[in-house]
Design a protein around this ligand. Sequence first.
Ligand code: CUA
Length: 155
Amino acid sequence: MEIDLYERIWMWAATALIVVFLGAIILTTGAEAIEPPSHVETIDPATISTHPEFATPKVVQRPDGSIVVPVVTAMFAFSPSPIEVPSNVPVTFRITSVDVIHGFQIAGTNANAMSIPGYVSQFTITFPKIGEYQIVCNEYCGLLHHMMSGKLIVK
Ligand code: CUA
């Protein structure tokens, strides 16, 4: 079978791209830079206003010194905001939504999760650098999606 030179170049280029993309996934998974979602916890969005953890979400310190931050997303704000946490301490974010799907991304870090009504998204991260970080919603959630942002202060 005769394959045109350009056709062959594109075939090899496409194959190389697939190898690079798969390699990037394997590499970043191995380096724990990305983690598949493994935490499954359900919550009734209708009960959030009376929920002991999420009704008035605030930063909590565990007896071992680590920090837990419950976060509620709603059109078009994060609560609590600003969030204040210490540096170099494991911080566990527990995020849920009262209305639609939102995003919870801390700009400049690899903290990034979806906030889905009915579920609690959870991840733990340590912030080595003191400073202020912007929290952005990266899932289109309505007319004022672009206005939805919060602040994280690492002290
Ligand atoms: Cu919330 Cu976009």
